[in-house]
Write a protein that binds this ligand. Structure first.
Ligand code: DQA
Length: 148
């Protein structure tokens, strides 16, 4: 029998831990703990098992991606500003070789020009941007389709 695949790494990069102190007009008024609690509740509804990780250190983020093999079945990734220039994160996500969805709370395409580049987009089955916390529910639904 095939084991059920339901473990999802939810990876938050640089400055996401500071939600609540960032512009509310852009990021909403949830703080980071509330964001992760809400994602946890979405995952429970969908019978998925989220494994959260956040760091402000790019090397730690890359190292974490290296260690995911065999630990989770899929990835939801919001690298924060690293999204737009950190090619080492692209390469580490490629090494992880798991179905991945990119999420941004804000609508990165409607903001500054430099935010339109994403180094992870080509490795992800979907990119969800500008839906706030609900974007994580969309991402979990997409991951569930990928794992079923
Ligand atoms: C973000 C968008 C990035 O451009 C920004 O640097 C962030 C958060 C988002 O979730 O909207 O830190 O990834």
């Amino acid at each position: 029998m095939t084991p059920v695949r339901r473990r999802v790494a939810v990876l938050h990069g640089v400055n996401l831990d500071q939600l609540g102190r960032r512009p509310k007009a852009v990021y909403g008024d949830l703080n980071f703990d509330a964001l992760e609690r809400q994602i946890g509740a979405f995952a429970t509804e969908l019978d998925l098992d989220p494994r959260f990780f956040q760091t402000n250190d790019e090397g730690e983020f890359v190292g974490h991606l290296h260690r995911l093999d065999g630990m989770v079945d899929a990835i939801i990734i919001n690298p924060g500003a690293w999204t737009h220039y950190a090619w080492a994160i692209h390469d580490a996500l490629e090494i992880a070789a798991l179905p991945s969805v990119e999420v941004h709370l804000s609508d990165v395409m409607a903001r500054e020009e430099w935010r339109r580049v994403s180094v992870v987009r080509d490795l992800c089955v979907a990119t969800i941007s500008g839906r706030g916390v609900d974007g994580y529910r969309d991402a979990l639904i997409r991951i569930k389709q990928e794992l079923t």
